[in-house]
Design a binder for this molecule. Structure first.
Ligand SMILES: Cc1ncc(C[n+]2csc(CCOP(=O)(O)OP(=O)(O)O)c2C)c(N)n1
Length: 388
């Protein structure tokens, strides 16, 4: 059964919800876009699930009923504010949690396995009552009424949503509040330019979602470590490698949503100052891997933040020439460097999953071999087969 997000929003409003925040998941269809243009609901696109919940707590304190939408991978990011803010202060909030890796469903990507199997148990441990949504309007109303019972006890409530249960409204996916910018470079083009500047020995750690999948499509090398979960932690992993291996050049390939989620890491990197580290951010001003919901990078200058945090240089690029020049300069001078490149939202039609060829463990092993046995500099990483 599938419920349109228009109906879901109507039911939330009927129950007097007036404030929405969250971090997207593709299972929410166009819910985030719809809420962002709905005049009856104040909506905040949060950088992390923990801050989404905290915005909602603030709104609840100010007398507005609040909904927080998140993927179950984000449960890890809300456990602290759930336990020590929401529960301790008895501030009831409605959680709309999309469950990836549900135990009853065909196998999902490996990064969802553990959280998928433990979502219900984690909520139980946190003493948060929950209900699985059945995909019908009546079912959604029924779980909203169950939430009312929890709220009367000042307890929060979680509604669990599965893949395919929500669909875009009758007019198709609506646009969000911000017009989508159309920058000249696609992620694929930007990655080709970055690839041309890399030596075969250079190590790359790539972020969760389409950026890793594009990198895998274009240039699968054992020097690539593809992050497939842990959104926002790619630069810390890459900087950790760089600090432990000062003789190797290490590149983090990041997304704007990922950087925003754990932006404090920029200060840590500036402080630790790995000289052999280049942080490249492909900024499409949205969460494109989950459906193009807007991020807040359109009103932020991430390169200015990086510079203020102690990176030795930070550049914003719009064109291929600017990107090629910035990456070449960053790789040949002492870092840490920050290169932000604005990109559009187009991707290759067939974007293979890394797991179609390598399990996460195989990827880790290949990367460790690349670290311990660097290939000779004259070997060209031209094709997937040759590069592995
Ligand atoms: C903690 C957490 N929250 C949410 C998600 C769902 N998710 C996967 S990829 C992604 C979008 C990342 O956006 P960005 O870094 O800007 O890269 P883009 O998809 O735009 O290339 C999101 C929200 C997740 N994997 N982990």
């Amino acid at each position: 059964m599938t419920l349109s997000t228009t109906i879901l929003l109507g039911l939330l409003k009927q129950q007097k919800y007036e404030f929405f925040s969250g971090v997207p998941c593709s299972n929410f269809a166009d819910l985030f876009q719809q809420v962002s243009v709905d005049d009856d609901i104040v909506s905040v696109p949060a950088a992390s699930e923990g801050s989404a919940l905290s915005f909602a707590v603030g709104a609840t304190l100010a007398g507005r009923r609040s909904v927080v939408a998140l993927q179950n991978s984000g449960l890890g990011n809300i456990i602290n504010p759930l336990a020590s803010l929401v529960q301790v202060n008895c501030i009831p909030t409605l959680l709309l949690i999309s469950v990836r890796g549900h135990a009853d469903e065909p196998e999902d990507e490996p990064q969802h396995r553990i959280m998928g199997a433990n979502t219900h148990a984690l909520l139980d441990q946190l003493a948060i009552p929950w209900s699985e949504f059945d995909g019908t309007p009546q079912g959604f109303m029924a779980v909203l009424l169950k939430a009312e019972e929890a709220f009367e006890r000042s307890v929060s409530f979680a509604i669990l949503v599965r893949k395919g249960q929500l669909s875009a409204g009758p007019g198709g996916v609506v646009n969000g509040k911000q017009p989508v910018s159309d920058y000249p470079l696609s992620v694929g083009c930007a990655l080709e330019i970055v690839g041309e500047a890399l030596q075969p020995t250079d190590l790359v750690v790539s972020t969760t979602g389409f950026i890793s999948r594009e990198l895998f499509r274009l240039s699968d090398r054992r020097e690539n470590f593809y992050m497939q979960g842990s959104l926002g932690h790619c630069s810390a992993v890459a900087a950790g490698v760089a600090l432990a291996h000062p003789s190797r050049r290490v590149v983090a390939l990041d997304g704007d949503g990922a950087v925003l989620m754990h932006m404090g890491v920029l200060s840590t990197i500036g402080y630790a100052s790995p000289r052999n580290f280049v942080h490249i951010v492909l900024d499409n001003e949205g969460y494109v891997s989950t459906g193009g919901q807007e991020s807040t990078s359109v009103t932020s200058s991430l390169e200015a933040v990086a510079l203020a945090c102690g990176y030795s240089a930070a550049t914003r690029c719009l064109t291929g020439a600017e990107l090629g020049e910035a990456v070449a300069r960053s790789l040949s001078t002492e870092g840490p460097h920050f290169v932000l490149c604005k990109v559009n939202r187009s991707h290759s039609r067939s974007l293979p999953r890394v797991t179609s060829l390598h399990s996460p463990e195989e990827n880790k092993q290949a990367f460790q071999i690349a670290l311990s046995q660097p290939r000779a500099l004259h070997v060209q990483a031209s094709s997937a087969g040759a590069a592995r």
